[in-house]
Design a protein around this ligand. Structure first.
Ligand SMILES: Cc1cc2nc3c(=O)[nH]c(=O)nc-3n(C[C@H](O)[C@H](O)[C@H](O)COP(=O)(O)OP(=O)(O)OC[C@H]3O[C@@H](n4cnc5c(N)ncnc54)[C@H](O)[C@@H]3O)c2cc1C
Length: 408
């Protein structure tokens, strides 16, 4: 097990500086344009692919970094550049991790390369879990997967919503109900290969923030996928369902706790994205406060402004520490006895919302215009308290964990 450290090693510092350079030179200058266009920034993704940032190798290297700091450090830098573009770059990674975590070696080898494509022909992937009536309440998911034994095919029907890259993805990973009696333990994940008949994009959402990231409904109408597209395979699914049925009969608590552990491990990454956006807005505000002169002195000379900046910086550093701790715990298999993953996501996302609002305030009228990036950062920050579990759900998870209650 790696010791917890707050110091990046030399190799990590090198990667961080490289990512920061890409964020500053390629992502940030493109941010306003793609925010206005509200389209996937394909040329930027292509640039990221050329230098090796948009690739499974890079993502896996950070994911398996034993210190746990690889992913948070990478997310912070990319999202410092711009949240919408960064989500377009890392969105595929979120789907790929679903395959890495649950897929067989053959599935990993077949599908992950097709999720990324190559630098000359980049592709993206989507992870489709949320539904119109199943957001926070994942267990009420309705999309159904039924096995057609005669053809060794699964038939998927339902509507997914809010899917990042939904409909434009080369490969969709779809979560569906295989046993409605088991709640979220009766779910399984499926690969929907490129150009599969029956999968179509529904509404594309016009959003408040992260507008360079494509978000849409995905409609599944008698989508047939080969048996080999069930992640992990049929045998493993049957064993898992049998275990879940047995556990449900004997109380069910362990089943729910196992599901919680998975979410706890992925939440710090979203916290790190929020830290990136918050830091970007704070830096803009600090620079502005130093240079903007009113009443004959820089506005930072007013305690009312300087104290805001002090609070902003303190919250950002505190958020980063919570994120790094949770990420280190996840990578080193430490149990989340106080829902530390949820804590990190809750605190970092609320910090991003607050800090970006303070940054707008410090820039005054300029902060309210699209001439200055804090306006966009403020809109972007609103997503962090919503996706991957809202702040209310994080509080619910933390409170129930502290109370020793099962997570519903
Ligand atoms: C831009 C964007 C990208 C996304 N990307 C993806 C993606 O790639 N894949 C995917 O599957 N999903 C994705 N999502 C979906 C996201 O995870 C959900 O929006 C989120 O889980 C909340 O679900 P909901 O929107 O249905 O809100 P609801 O669950 O309807 O919640 C509405 C409000 O009620 C509150 N609430 C609900 N239940 C409780 C409770 N028990 N106690 C207290 N308060 C409660 C919530 O906190 C929230 O404030 C994305 C969403 C957005 C906006």
């Amino acid at each position: 097990m790696a010791e917890f450290t707050m110091e990046l090693n030399d190799e990590q510092k090198e990667v961080r500086d490289w990512l920061h350079g890409f964020a500053a030179d390629v992502i940030r200058p493109a941010a306003a344009e793609w925010d206005e266009r509200e389209e996937t920034p394909w040329p930027v993704i292509q640039e990221a692919a050329k230098v090796g940032i948009y690739s499974l190798d890079f993502y896996a290297q950070q994911y398996f970094d034993p210190t746990g700091l690889g992913i948070p450090m990478a997310m912070e830098e990319l999202f410092w550049g711009d949240a919408g573009i960064a989500l377009s770059i890392v969105g595929t990674g979120l789907a790929a991790v679903g395959v890495l975590a649950n897929g067989t070696d053959e599935q990993i080898g077949t599908w992950i390369p097709q999720m990324y494509g190559d630098a000359n022909d980049v592709k993206v992937a989507a992870f489709c879990s949320s539904e119109p009536d199943a957001g926070s309440d994942v267990a009420s998911m309705r999309t159904r997967a039924v096995y057609d034994e005669a053809k060794d095919e699964w038939v998927l029907n339902g509507t997914k919503t809010w899917a990042t890259n939904g409909g434009i993805a080369n490969v969709h990973v779809v979560v569906a109900v295989v046993d409605p009696e088991l709640g979220s333990k009766g779910h399984a994940s499926f690969i929907v290969p490129p150009n599969t008949p029956g999968l179509s994009q529904g509404q594309k959402f016009k959003k408040h923030g992260i507008r360079a990231s494509h978000t849409a409904e995905v409609v599944l109408d008698d989508v047939r996928v080969p048996g080999s597209c069930l992640l992990g395979g049929k045998e493993k699914l049957d064993e898992r369902l049998a275990r879940a049925r047995e556990r449900a009969r004997s109380g069910g608590e362990r089943v729910k706790n196992a599901a919680m552990a998975t979410f706890e491990a992925s939440r710090p990454a979203v916290g790190a994205m929020a830290v990136g956006t918050a830091r970007a807005a704070y830096e803009e505000a600090l620079e502005y406060a130093r240079t903007r002169v009113q009443f004959g002195r820089p506005i930072i000379d007013n305690q009312g402004v300087a104290f805001q900046l002090a609070d902003m910086r303190t919250s950002i550093d505190a958020a980063r520490l919570l994120v790094w701790r949770a990420s280190w715990m996840a990578v080193n298999g430490k149990p989340f006895t106080a829902a530390e993953g949820s804590m990190s996501k809750l605190f970092a996302s609320e910090t991003a919302k607050k800090v970006t609002a303070q940054a707008v305030q410090i820039l005054g009228g300029n902060g309210f215009t699209r001439e200055y990036p804090v306006e966009r950062m403020h809109r972007d920050a609103a997503i962090y308290t919503i996706f991957e579990g809202t702040s209310e759900i994080q509080r619910l998870v933390i409170a129930r964990t502290l109370a020793g209650m099962p997570i519903r």
